[in-house]
Design a protein around this ligand. Sequence first.
Ligand code: GLC
Ligand code: MG
Length: 396
Amino acid sequence: MDRLSAAARLMIVSDLDHTMVDHHDAENLSLLRFNALWEAHYRRDSLLVFSTGRSPTLYKQLRKEKPMLTPDITIMSVGTEITYGDAMVPDNGWVEVLNQKWDKKIVTEEASRFPELKLQSETEQRPHKVSFYVDKDKAQTVTQKLSEIFKNRGLDVKIIYSGGMDLDILPQGAGKGQALAYLLRKFKCEGKVPTNTLVCGDSGNDAELFSIPEVYGVMVSNAQEELLQWHAANAKNNPKLTHATERCAAGIIQAIGHFKLGPSTSPRDIKDESDGEVKSIDLGHEVVKLYLFYERWRRAEIDNSEIYLSSLKANCCPSGFCVPPSGGEISLAEAINQFRKCYGDKQGKQFRVWVDRVLSTEIGPGTWLVKFHKWELSGEERACSIVSIIVRIKVI
Ligand code: GLC
Ligand code: MG
């Protein structure tokens, strides 16, 4: 939360499964397009929040499987666990809020009397979340009966049905919407309410996100019936909500453009960067472009031309240095020279490169330290290295 000294320009609060992450896109192309857009144009002054139904265990598993960025804030277990930064520092204040009128033992005991409910795996049972599977046709009746029972036992709980199969029981004050409202209250106290917030989702547990006042919202094209029904019944006339025509992360990019929240062309959608005139130097954007070039070079998606390499060297601040983790320095020009050896070695193969957490700090007048994590996916293998680059920008 403290990474930005001022209010975020844009805060994206996105669900993961079938929203940010498309499980039907084996190459993860829309996610990679989003990643490039975020690191090039938003990371510096905006906030990325993931809000998932997954427990920390399953969330970490997904991060290993998919090329996901590191969010600033992670909300897990359907809004019952909030953590900050890469270190995932828990918000204990939120835990205290959730303890009110909640008794997990009673919830589990009462729910276990329903044979229609099948308990989910142990990892998905959390301090403030009890989760089951239930068939679509039984969901409504079970929910009504359970609500009645809990009320009689003096518990104030919330029952959410998602994805046509998952039934979560949470404290009334929990859920993805309440967790976001809590974060917004915190930002308000600090005088740092984001200029714009965009919420993104596809299923029942995301509905609450769309009822938070002031936020923009996108239901991705592949949204579930239960979310579309909720929208038709509760928010049809809200002009700040849209149903994208594109799936998952591509739908999120589409919504950024639709609501004019900032740049919405991913660097991955620009085939020839040399076409554009050189504008002011944005270091995040330069890093994204450099590694996109590297990916396309090795995949032989661009011509093997000296002209490309020279223009890259010229554009890449001639005074740039890479600092390998082992120490020492190599000039960026030298690093680019080494590209020659590997032209086309990944042609026709699965090979992707993406950068995460690109952050620049001015360490002296006109001298910047740019640090980021660079990922390479080659076939089944994934490798990460932490890169530091020092660039000196001529102040004209
Ligand atoms: C995720 C969680 C599961 C939950 C579902 C819907 O799949 O792993 O426990 O029921 O989201 O919220
Ligand atoms: Mg989802």
